[in-house]
Ligand binder design. Structure first.
Ligand SMILES: [Fe+2]
Length: 657
């Protein structure tokens, strides 16, 4: 039966299309090639010609799936990106990721008088208008059986395992095939499959037709019974759906006396097109330099710590796909570990929202409410927190593992960490159970900082609770380093205890008592806070900093941790030159054990055995130890290309985190 309202609606639609949506012009031609993308070639060339009176506002929309409405593009490129655009013809090359749906392209004319500043992106740039569509391309597809992608590794709770996750379109039965010989991948594990649905997203834009795209099926496979510290080769997929290229990784080695990790927060994603949010162009450099380090360090166990604010998808689903493709060159080779950040989780309806937190927890998650984060990653441990909405629980909140000589603990600053909470109890029990003979160093990581000298006042109530509830645990348990993100700068503090610098001459030989805090949220997101001025320099907001802040860096980059049984070194690498710009070195006090004694495992108990070294070797060892301990009694910094660095600090942009 036809509703009485139908004729009126029909005429309104007719008028709308007649007035606002020009039919595709027969004069403008638009083509895309190749129309089938392969694993080896994922770049499409889009060509156009016949555009009359070309304007700088003419734009090319990228659509997937191809039947998306005109305002449901995933991104856009202005035609003036092509050198010859003024002639009305041109082309652009666009690398595409497999969104498990075809792509199509459309050219639009956007007139200056139609610019609508109320319809804007996150930076308040108006979104391009869709009233005049000039042309549409044919569809571009990915070849069938191209195999899975978005491959990323992570540790499990067992040292002889390695987890690998990846994405397929259909969730069909898939496997991990692995072994020590690239030509004979004789071990096979089947994968578990999980998905999340549009209804699991808690709000706009994540649950809208603008932001939602099918995320595919997320596969989770575990490679088992791995020998320590060996190079393993693997491929993932199936005969029906295709196999990935063969990747390799170095298995964990709990006996290793060396630890290497790359740590940072707030990296985000680069996309080769503009979209609804500003993209993080610098994230490409972070990936590039870490890859350089992986190559140069050789075949050793290493891993990544990305401590929150991961893809910055914030409800625009395809940005997660772009992110996992971007990190795959790293994450398919070394495990990629994460903390949850506000941009994965934050939303007013989230279940943990204490009275003091209003203003702290807002809408930064874009309606994802932690669901993509929880399903797309699987970290060690089994922490979870109900969403209360029927959507999958929030996972990967707090966990820990040993890597060589360092114990790493990851925490969630987004969910309850107060005394009495499950998380608090976990943190306390974890820190109190560390075997410091095995791991003389302890690194705690979370997203929002306990200490920062940025002027970020929104999180002040959070910092107060962290100081009140968590700092005593860090101090009492001699945590070596506390690493935080969220503020998109690098900042290193003195060894801290309740805002006071500890006496560095009395610390660190006994391992800690005052953790060195660092903010390392400089991996890609470029919204910057301004620094807190020193009271006696209020007119100079950036420099100098308060005494407790030992080094501030405005350059994008990451940190590289290298630890031996004797010494942990954390270096800050700047993306602009790939060089070290700050460094902190901390001694374990265990140098005597490694130099002069051997630890034998006997029935699970560590037994110290005196070595039989000659007296003069012992004397020399003591001398070396003395020099080293004197050199860095606790904390040493080789930092500072002083005036040069300071003059290069980037200007303040905004206080958004
Ligand atoms: Fe953040």
């Amino acid at each position: 039966m036809v509703s009485p309202k139908t004729p009126r609606l029909f005429s309104v639609l007719l008028v709308f299309f007649a007035c606002y949506v020009s039919p595709s012009s027969s004069r403008v031609s638009l083509s895309a090639s190749p129309t089938t993308l392969t694993r080896a070639n994922r770049t499409v060339t889009v060509r156009w010609s016949g555009v009359d009176s070309p304007s700088e506002l003419d734009w090319l929309g990228i659509f997937s799936p191809p039947d998306s409405a005109n305002d449901e593009f995933i991104g856009y490129v202005f035609l003036n990106a092509s050198d010859g655009w003024r002639s009305g013809s041109g082309s652009v090359d666009i690398p595409l990721v497999n969104l498990r749906a075809n792509y199509a392209f459309r050219v639009f004319r956007w007139k200056r008088e139609e610019v609508n500043y109320r319809h804007h992106d996150h930076d308040n740039n108006p979104l391009p208008g869709i009233r005049h569509r000039l042309a549409a391309s044919e569809e571009v597809r990915f070849e069938a059986a191209a195999g899975p992608d978005q491959i990323h590794l992570s540790f499990t709770d067992r040292e002889d395992e390695m987890r690998v996750m990846f994405v397929t379109a259909d969730g069909a039965e898939s496997f991990v095939s692995y072994g020590l010989d690239a030509a004979r991948l004789g071990n096979i594990s089947a994968t578990m499959v999980r998905r999340y649905e549009r209804k699991d997203m808690c709000d706009f834009p994540a649950n809208s037709s603008i932001g939602w795209r099918d995320p595919g099926s997320i596969h989770d496979g575990v490679m088992k019974n791995l020998e320590k510290g060996k190079k393993y080769y693997y491929t993932v997929g199936s005969d029906a759906g295709g196999w990935s290229p063969i990747h390799s990784f170095i298995s964990r080695d709990g006996d290793s006396n060396e630890t290497i990790a790359f740590l940072f927060g707030d990296m985000g994603t680069y996309t080769p097109y503009a979209t609804f949010y500003r993209i993080q162009e610098e994230s490409r450099s972070t990936v590039k330099w870490i890859l350089r380090d992986i190559e140069s360090l050789g075949d050793k166990p290493m891993f990544v710590s990305h401590i929150g604010d991961i893809s910055y998808a914030r409800g625009f689903a395809w940005i997660w796909d772009e992110f996992f493709n971007q990190i795959e060159p790293i994450a398919s080779r070394i495990p990629y570990h994460v903390c949850i950040g506000n941009h994965e989780y934050d939303w007013p309806t989230q279940p943990w929202r204490p009275e003091w937190s209003y203003g702290v927890y807002g809408k930064d998650g874009g309606g994802e409410c932690g669901v993509p984060y929880s399903i797309r990653f699987k970290m060690p441990g089994n922490s979870s927190f109900p969403t209360g909405t029927g959507a999958p629980d929030t996972q990967n909140l707090y966990f820990s593992f040993d890597a060589g000589v360092v114990h790493f603990l990851y925490i969630s600053t987004e969910t309850n960490f107060l005394q009495g909470s499950d998380q608090y109890n976990f943190i306390k029990a974890d820190l109190e159970s560390i075997d410091r003979n095995k791991t003389p160093f302890v690194v705690v990581q979370g997203h929002r900082p306990m200490y920062t000298t940025s002027n970020e006042i929104r999180d002040a109530p959070m910092r107060e609770r962290m100081l009140e509830n968590l700092e005593p645990l860090l101090v009492q348990n001699n945590v070596t380093l506390a690493l935080w993100g969220h503020v998109h700068r690098y900042e290193r503090f003195c060894p801290l205890k309740n805002f006071r610098c500890a006496d560095v001459t009395s610390n660190f030989t006994s391992i800690g008592g005052a953790p060195v805090h660092l903010v390392i949220g400089m991996a890609g997101q470029d919204w910057q806070p301004i620094w807190e001025p020193r009271p006696d320099h209020t007119d100079v907001p950036i420099y100098p900093q308060p005494e407790r802040s030992m080094y501030r860096g405005g350059e994008f980059g990451y940190t590289r941790l290298v630890a031996t049984r004797e010494k942990l070194t954390l270096s800050y690498i700047g993306n602009h030159d790939g060089q070290v710009h700050d460094r902190v070195e901390i001694l374990s006090g265990q140098i005597l054990k490694s130099e002069d004694e051997k630890i034998l495992q006997s029935g699970g108990d560590a037994v110290l055995v005196e070595s039989v070294l000659p007296w003069y070797v012992k004397a020399a060892s003591v001398l070396v130890v003395g020099i080293l301990v004197g050199y860095v009694l606790g904390l040493i910094t080789r930092s500072r290309r002083d005036s040069l660095e300071r003059s290069q600090w980037t200007p303040v942009k905004s206080e958004e985190m």
